[in-house]
Design a protein around this ligand. Structure first.
Ligand code: HEM
Length: 511
């Protein structure tokens, strides 16, 4: 080979290599497509996949339409998002195969759209990073630490009750923003050790930016051509998205800075309060953020960016989910005076008319309220959909599902399986009587996901919900002003009521 033929040979070699790789990829793709297309599903078109009918739907009706489509193809069907296949599942035996496995822990590719906001925090990360952060953060949700948070839950609920007193007896209003500001105050003070006074400030730019980002992410998710950053970020919507991100990141960076400077000026107290496994239970409240900051100072060397990612993740997951869950609970209690009366009776038994803060023991005694909360999360799971990336071929019933598919878990539909919940649309807290729970498949009810990648904050969430609802029940009679059949849903990341929760409140006894 002389100097003139060498480049030609190399170019030819490169072309052959590319051709072989393209052929192998096409062969793999065609195997995947052949297996995936054995499943039923909506009509698929080149480039766009199965989203054609969905992107035509106005935002207002999107969730209803998505749910109607799911119902058409249940219990298992395929979708294509561009060239990415999705397998949509809801049967408990299928869920168990995926969720109990320690193999399929990686999140679906759609979570990449969350990266500009949450980076690779606990919700969106995978592999070693996920593993080490989960291990690091699990102690921050230990029972003994949650125990210390109850005081904050009570204090913030007290403020909520005071704010709502002004609305009692005065006709209908949307209670959702009140609840959201309360859960935001709670997450900031418990996990971040920082007060943001959201309930006193009123309108929250942070909350508005969360809603804005959720809307933009849903819009982008359904349009595969916008998944490319170089296209999306140049669009008007992409610019809007970036502006929301600025608000969110400024808010969380400020929280981190405030905590850092607090620690710097209280170094001795912080050292005294720092946590070691053996001492859990003997310490005062330990903020999750302190754990991150401590870890960044010690061997683990978390970077500032990694801390920011986790703070953004927990701020979002920790307040929006519980705001939705508490609000839906009030909605259902307000529609079912019989259930509300039983829940109130239980409160009366525990508190005997007193408005004192609840203790951990009181919370454990709220068995009926717990059933109400669980039943609400069945009908209105705050997180109605999650996705995993299949790492190897699996059999789901008689279907062979190839590696590389995104498994979409339809939590909303899983909770409406008539085999597991007879009369599934009926609101019946007794669905969670122990004898009924025993008769169901363990994966029939998964509001907090399940298996190794389940919700790290589920005990926190249940305790918080109990405290807030206990305070509200003891102070007010709630009436919902809309029927369930008229309630429009919004499924933008979190399952929210599209137009808030309209209630009227009556004071139980004047203070
Ligand atoms: C009613 C309230 C809540 C519900 C229904 C809920 C539900 C869920 C679900 C379904 C997942 C799995 C998400 C996925 O796979 O994509 C999850 C994960 C997670 N949740 Fe929650 N959550 C709630 C409250 C909370 C709270 C209060 C916190 C924090 C204080 C929290 C923090 C997280 C985090 C960090 C993850 C990711 C865990 C991991 O991948 O290791 N959640 N949650």
């Amino acid at each position: 080979m002389d100097a003139t033929t060498a480049p030609v040979c190399l170019a030819a070699l490169a072309v052959i290599l590319c051709a072989v790789l393209a052929w192998r990829s096409a062969k793999k793709q065609s195997r995947v497509a052949a297996l995936v297309n054995k499943l039923p599903g909506p009509p698929a078109y080149p480039i766009i996949g199965t989203v054609l009918d969905i992107i035509m739907i106005p935002r207002e009706n999107l969730m209803e339409e998505v749910l109607a489509r799911q119902k058409r193809y249940l219990p298992i069907f395929r979708t294509w998002l561009g060239s990415h296949p999705g397998i949509n599942i809801c049967l408990p035996e299928h869920l168990e195969v995926i969720m109990s496995s320690s193999k399929h822990l990686e999140k679906g590719s759609i979570y990449k759209l969350l990266h500009p906001w949450l980076g690779t925090g606990l919700l969106t990360s995978s592999g070693l990073k996920w593993h080490s952060h989960r291990k690091l953060l699990t102690p921050a949700f230990h029972f003994a630490i949650l125990h210390n948070f109850v005081e904050v839950f009570c204090e913030k609920s007290r403020i909520l009750v005071d704010k709502l007193r002004a609305r009692a007896g005065g006709g209908g209003f949307d209670v959702y923003p009140y609840i959201t500001r309360c859960t935001l105050d709670i997450i900031c003070e418990t996990t971040m050790g920082t007060k943001v006074y959201a309930q006193d400030v009123g309108r929250s730019k942070y909350v508005e930016a969360v809603y804005g980002v959720a809307e933009e992410l849903t819009y982008r998710f359904l349009r595969p051509w916008l998944h490319f950053d170089f296209i999306y970020m140049k669009t008007q919507r992409g610019r809007k998205f970036r502006n929301y991100l600025k608000v969110l990141h400024n808010f969380t960076r400020k929280i981190i800075e405030e905590r850092k400077s607090y620690i710097a000026t209280n170094a001795a107290a912080f050292k005294e309060n720092s946590m070691s496994d053996s001492k859990i239970g003997t310490k005062k409240r330990i903020a999750f953020l302190d754990l991150l900051l401590q870890s960044s100072m010690s061997d683990n060397h978390l970077t500032d960016e990694e801390i920011r990612e986790e703070v953004d993740t927990f701020m979002f997951e920790g307040h929006d989910t519980t705001a939705s869950a508490i609000s839906w609970c009030l909605f259902l209690l307000g529609l079912h005076p019989d259930v509300q009366a039983l829940a109130y009776e239980e409160q009366e038994k525990i508190f005997q008319g007193s408005d004192r803060p609840a203790t951990m023991q009181n919370l454990q005694d709220m068995k009926y309220l717990e059933r109400v909360i669980k039943e609400t999360l069945r009908l209105y799971p705050s997180v109605h959909f999650i996705a995993r990336l299949l790492q190897s071929d699996v059999k789901l019933g008689e279907h062979l599902i190839p590696a590389g598919c995104q498994i979409n878990v339809m939590i909303y539909q899983a909770h409406r399986n008539p085999q597991q919940f007879p009369d599934p649309e009926r609101f019946d807290p007794d669905n969670f009587l122990p004898e009924r729970v025993q008769t169901r498949h363990p994966y029939a009810y998964i509001p907090f996901s399940a298996g190794p990648r389940n919700c790290i904050g589920q005990r926190f969430a249940l305790l918080e919900e109990k405290v807030v609802l206990s305070s509200l029940l003891r102070n007010f009679k709630v009436r919902s002003l809309e029927a369930r059949s008229n309630k429009m849903l919004s499924g933008e990341l979190i399952l929210r009521p599209a137009h808030g929760i309209q209630v009227s409140l009556t004071l139980r006894s004047p203070s």
